[in-house]
Design a protein around this ligand. Sequence first.
Ligand code: SF4
Ligand code: SF4
Length: 443
Amino acid sequence: MGLLTFKGGIHPNDGKALAKDQAIRPAEAGDKLYFSISQHIGAPAKPVVEKGDHVKRGQVIAEAGGFVSAPVFSSVSGTVAGMEKMRMPAGNLMDCIVVENDHANEEISYEPAKDWRALSKEEVLGRIKDAGVVGMGGAGFPTHVKLSPKDPSAIDYIQINGAECEPYLTSDYRMMLEHPEKIVEGLQIMLSLFPKAKGQICVEANKMDCVEKLQKAASGDSSIEVRVMKTKYPQGAERMLIFANTGRAINSKMLPADAGCIVDNIATVAAIHDAVVLGKPLMERVVTVTGDAANQPGNFMTPTGMLFSELIEQAGGLKDDFEKLIAGGPMMGFSVFSTNIPVTKTSGGILAMAHDDVAASEPSACINCGRCVEACPEHLIPTRLAQFADNSKMDEFRANDGMECCECGSCSYVCPAKRQLAQSIKSMRKMCLAAAAAARAKK
Ligand code: SF4
Ligand code: SF4
């Protein structure tokens, strides 16, 4: 039998050799940290500190602004210097609480659970909520909300996304290799919330060392299976992962819970473990700094609020002639033009490339080769969608399932005419979503 997978997808150079053998090491926080009040989907957090306040590491500095929201914690001790707007990777400006680090490392005391198995479901969810855990794979959806579906008995699978199919990034790989017990116990905590669910830790075949470690950590627990998937991009996209492991299909109007699944990534499960078992809030995460223009690629346990520039310095700085800097991976990350950007709960990587292949390539006319159609994991016709997008034909774009695009970038990657299909489709999706939101607001 072949490995678990989906139809379509691509096989880009994975670039992981640059950082995969670098063990996670702590990044040293700088003198000033910038904590965005919106590191999650939902209502921004509300600051609860004022200029001049002294704060400790692990202290709440902004509380959740609603049910779909998450609190923000200081990752250092020091003095609140006020609020400042900072640029985020997507280019938007965000209000940030600025803390001047006193480098004294004073930390609040946490309340570990004596035995998390003795906690009620409400208590488990409460600890996850209070610790500010959100989806750390990029989405930032508050985890306590995701783990509270309408009908918990309708959930058949909790799937942990260990694919890390985005090229170059190795933070999840290192977490699986160095902390497999934490991931297994985090999954056991999640499973305790659902009466019927089984656990699946889904890993790509290029990480068999992680598979072995996870299998060992999960041995003796028949409710957890470590599954090996084909190494293919975008194997870790939610819909592809669900399909590969259950044969169930969802579309953009459905949630994974509609297919009886809940999907979370490796870093999030580790954060669930720390929240419930140790009582520790989410205030640091592993960030991969890599690329052929990074002097010393590595994986860093990074305090949130730390600037990209400081983290890059700790990775030995960048080569003088670098051309492109990306927040995240090369397929779904954002090109950034400044390193004055703070790390948030959802920052997985910083990629420095010596050559900007995208900027160097000149798009030409479509030759109707069909490669983009073959590569599209959503079975769309990217060339047609991009045409609708370029000509502002919103109705036609929608009618041809443009909203089903998961923005994976596979179509642009394979196009021999170097057409920026995904970019056009992504912009049009944004316009459609904005139009739909405006229409809803009018009603
Ligand atoms: S159309 Fe969307 S889903 Fe399909 S390959 Fe392009 S970016 Fe990916
Ligand atoms: S891959 Fe490029 S050239 Fe080929 S059909 Fe798609 S848009 Fe046209």
